[in-house]
Design a protein around this ligand. Structure first.
Ligand SMILES: NC(=O)c1ccc[n+]([C@@H]2O[C@H](COP(=O)([O-])OP(=O)(O)OC[C@H]3O[C@@H](n4cnc5c(N)ncnc54)[C@H](O)[C@@H]3O)[C@@H](O)[C@H]2O)c1
Length: 220
């Protein structure tokens, strides 16, 4: 039987891409599209969903997670800009279902973070420049904050908001007479979909809730 998946934020840029990806996966069934813009609430799609994928707005993500977990429905969160500790408290209160959250579902971004963390152990200083489309609500990006948290030292973050950009990031490291730049570039939101579908398939069996970061699914 197919895993039943509902999407919160289904009318948004990411939500539409997730709906298309779920629809196109043989082992998954798209059972609901929740979004105020569609006149459909999250409560309306919970019944009949095994997993909810949340790509909404920073001030709704934790409340949505609480609603899902309280109903025994697993939740995969791609929304950024909320406090992880708030989600942790919600997960502690609702151990009956799992939450998975990743600031970036693109494999290249996960590798960028890993390489940046390694490089920061060997070079004197580093800064991050992250580039996103101008309608992004949070700055700095969740990816940039997560990258900095994984790196050694104090890593300043610069946020650029420009039309024509989806979600890019440069990690620039400096040392004596040299710099190293690790750059991740996305050209389309489909870059995030293999990671989202992997999380959807794995969230029910996670040993820890919330589990944070796609790296945890790829490398344990
Ligand atoms: N983790 C990742 O890999 C990744 C990648 C891209 C974007 N994002 C994040 O995903 C989020 C969404 O980005 P977007 O560009 O699709 O935004 P968007 O503004 O295009 O879409 C957000 C949608 O959520 C809807 N919404 C608001 N409140 C809701 C609620 N309570 N329940 C259901 N739907 C609700 C809005 O009506 C809107 O349609 C942002 O936080 C962004 O930073 C994460």
């Amino acid at each position: 039987m197919s895993l039943r998946v509902a999407v919160a934020g289904a009318a948004g840029r990411m939500g539409q891409a997730v709906c298309a990806a779920v629809d196109g996966a043989e082992d998954l069934a798209l059972t609901g599209r929740a979004d105020p813009a569609l006149g459909v609430g999250l409560e309306d799609v919970l019944d009949g969903a095994d997993v909810v994928v949340d790509f909404t707005v920073p001030d709704q993500a934790v409340g949505n997670a609480r609603t899902c977990l309280a109903a025994g429905t697993h939740v995969v969160i791609g929304t950024t800009g909320f406090e992880l500790d708030d989600l942790r408290a919600v997960c502690d209160d609702h151990p009956g279902a799992n939450a998975f959250v990743a600031p970036n579902f693109a494999i290249g971004a996960v590798l960028m973070m890993r390489f940046a963390a390694e490089a920061s152990r060997h070079m004197e200083a580093a800064e991050i420049v992250e580039y996103h489309h101008p309608r992004k609500l949070d700055a700095p990006s969740g990816t940039a904050k997560r990258t900095a948290a994984l790196m050694e030292g104090d890593v300043p973050i610069h946020s650029v908001r420009l039309p024509g950009v989806v979600a890019d990031q440069d990690v620039i490291l400096g040392d004596v007479a040299q710099t190293l730049t690790i750059r991740h570039v996305t050209t389309d939101r489909t870059s995030f979909m293999p990671g989202v579908l992997l999380a959807v398939r794995r969230v029910a069996a996670l040993p820890e809730s919330p589990t944070v970061g796609l790296d945890r699914l790829l490398w344990g």
